[in-house]
Design a protein around this ligand. Structure first.
Ligand SMILES: [Mg+2]
Length: 122
Protein backbone atom coordinates (compact mmCIF):
# COMPACT_ATOMS: atom_id res chain seq x y z
CA UNK A 1 0.00 0.00 0.00
CA UNK A 2 1.30 3.43 -0.95
CA UNK A 3 0.94 6.27 1.59
CA UNK A 4 2.00 9.76 0.49
CA UNK A 5 1.66 12.67 2.90
CA UNK A 6 4.05 15.57 3.47
CA UNK A 7 2.82 16.02 7.04
CA UNK A 8 5.11 13.80 9.12
CA UNK A 9 2.65 13.41 11.97
CA UNK A 10 -0.12 12.16 9.69
CA UNK A 11 2.23 10.05 7.58
CA UNK A 12 3.58 8.26 10.63
CA UNK A 13 0.13 7.84 12.17
CA UNK A 14 -1.36 6.45 8.95
CA UNK A 15 1.61 4.13 8.47
CA UNK A 16 1.34 2.83 12.04
CA UNK A 17 -2.41 2.30 11.76
CA UNK A 18 -2.16 0.44 8.45
CA UNK A 19 0.81 -1.65 9.56
CA UNK A 20 -1.07 -2.44 12.76
CA UNK A 21 -3.89 -3.76 10.58
CA UNK A 22 -1.44 -6.00 8.74
CA UNK A 23 -0.71 -3.96 5.62
CA UNK A 24 2.73 -3.47 4.13
CA UNK A 25 3.24 0.27 3.67
CA UNK A 26 5.45 2.29 1.34
CA UNK A 27 5.58 5.78 2.88
CA UNK A 28 6.42 8.78 0.67
CA UNK A 29 7.18 12.35 1.75
CA UNK A 30 5.50 13.98 -1.27
CA UNK A 31 3.75 13.21 -4.53
CA UNK A 32 6.88 12.82 -6.60
CA UNK A 33 8.40 10.33 -4.17
CA UNK A 34 5.05 8.54 -4.11
CA UNK A 35 5.08 8.18 -7.89
CA UNK A 36 8.71 6.98 -7.86
CA UNK A 37 8.01 4.41 -5.13
CA UNK A 38 4.89 3.16 -6.89
CA UNK A 39 6.74 2.60 -10.15
CA UNK A 40 9.71 0.94 -8.46
CA UNK A 41 7.97 -1.24 -5.89
CA UNK A 42 4.28 -1.37 -6.85
CA UNK A 43 1.21 -1.18 -4.64
CA UNK A 44 -2.38 -2.38 -4.75
CA UNK A 45 -3.93 0.67 -3.08
CA UNK A 46 -2.92 4.30 -2.49
CA UNK A 47 -3.70 6.73 0.35
CA UNK A 48 -2.74 10.19 -0.92
CA UNK A 49 -2.76 13.54 0.80
CA UNK A 50 -4.36 16.17 -1.43
CA UNK A 51 -1.95 18.99 -0.57
CA UNK A 52 1.67 17.98 -1.06
CA UNK A 53 4.74 19.57 -2.67
CA UNK A 54 6.31 18.17 -5.86
CA UNK A 55 2.97 16.78 -7.18
CA UNK A 56 -0.16 17.09 -5.12
CA UNK A 57 -2.60 14.23 -4.65
CA UNK A 58 -4.61 15.11 -7.75
CA UNK A 59 -1.56 15.37 -9.97
CA UNK A 60 -0.35 12.02 -8.69
CA UNK A 61 -3.81 10.51 -9.25
CA UNK A 62 -3.80 11.78 -12.82
CA UNK A 63 -0.45 10.05 -13.46
CA UNK A 64 -1.77 6.85 -11.90
CA UNK A 65 -4.93 6.90 -14.06
CA UNK A 66 -2.87 7.57 -17.18
CA UNK A 67 -0.56 4.60 -16.57
CA UNK A 68 -1.34 1.20 -18.07
CA UNK A 69 -0.15 -0.66 -15.03
CA UNK A 70 -1.88 1.36 -12.30
CA UNK A 71 -4.95 2.85 -13.97
CA UNK A 72 -7.27 0.73 -11.79
CA UNK A 73 -5.42 1.36 -8.52
CA UNK A 74 -7.89 2.37 -5.77
CA UNK A 75 -7.08 5.87 -4.49
CA UNK A 76 -8.22 7.25 -1.14
CA UNK A 77 -7.62 11.01 -0.95
CA UNK A 78 -7.01 12.81 2.34
CA UNK A 79 -8.20 16.41 2.64
CA UNK A 80 -8.17 19.00 5.39
CA UNK A 81 -11.58 20.43 4.57
CA UNK A 82 -14.51 18.76 2.93
CA UNK A 83 -15.01 21.28 0.14
CA UNK A 84 -17.71 20.00 -2.18
CA UNK A 85 -16.19 21.52 -5.33
CA UNK A 86 -12.76 20.17 -4.47
CA UNK A 87 -14.12 16.70 -3.91
CA UNK A 88 -16.14 16.69 -7.14
CA UNK A 89 -13.12 17.75 -9.18
CA UNK A 90 -11.12 15.05 -7.40
CA UNK A 91 -13.62 12.35 -8.29
CA UNK A 92 -13.59 13.60 -11.87
CA UNK A 93 -9.83 13.26 -11.89
CA UNK A 94 -9.89 9.72 -10.60
CA UNK A 95 -10.00 9.62 -6.78
CA UNK A 96 -12.22 6.79 -5.52
CA UNK A 97 -12.98 8.14 -2.07
CA UNK A 98 -12.18 10.92 0.37
CA UNK A 99 -11.38 11.12 4.04
CA UNK A 100 -11.25 14.44 5.85
CA UNK A 101 -8.46 15.11 8.35
CA UNK A 102 -8.47 14.61 11.25
CA UNK A 103 -10.05 11.17 11.17
CA UNK A 104 -10.52 8.24 13.49
CA UNK A 105 -7.99 5.48 12.68
CA UNK A 106 -10.84 2.98 12.65
CA UNK A 107 -12.49 4.99 9.85
CA UNK A 108 -9.28 4.90 7.80
CA UNK A 109 -9.18 1.11 8.04
CA UNK A 110 -12.89 0.86 7.20
CA UNK A 111 -12.48 2.98 4.05
CA UNK A 112 -9.38 1.06 2.97
CA UNK A 113 -11.29 -2.21 3.31
CA UNK A 114 -14.13 -0.92 1.17
CA UNK A 115 -11.66 0.06 -1.55
CA UNK A 116 -9.89 -3.27 -1.27
CA UNK A 117 -13.07 -5.07 -2.26
CA UNK A 118 -12.82 -3.34 -5.60
CA UNK A 119 -9.31 -4.57 -6.34
CA UNK A 120 -9.57 -6.83 -9.34
CA UNK A 121 -7.96 -10.25 -9.00
CA UNK A 122 -4.78 -10.39 -11.05
MG1 LIG B 1 -0.22 17.97 3.03
Amino acid sequence: MLVADDDAMFREMITAVLEGAGYKVLAALDGQEGWDLLRKQGADLAVLDLNMPRKNGLELTRLIRASDKYKDLPVLMLTIRALVEEQISGYERGADDYLTKPFDPKMLIARVRVLERRILPK
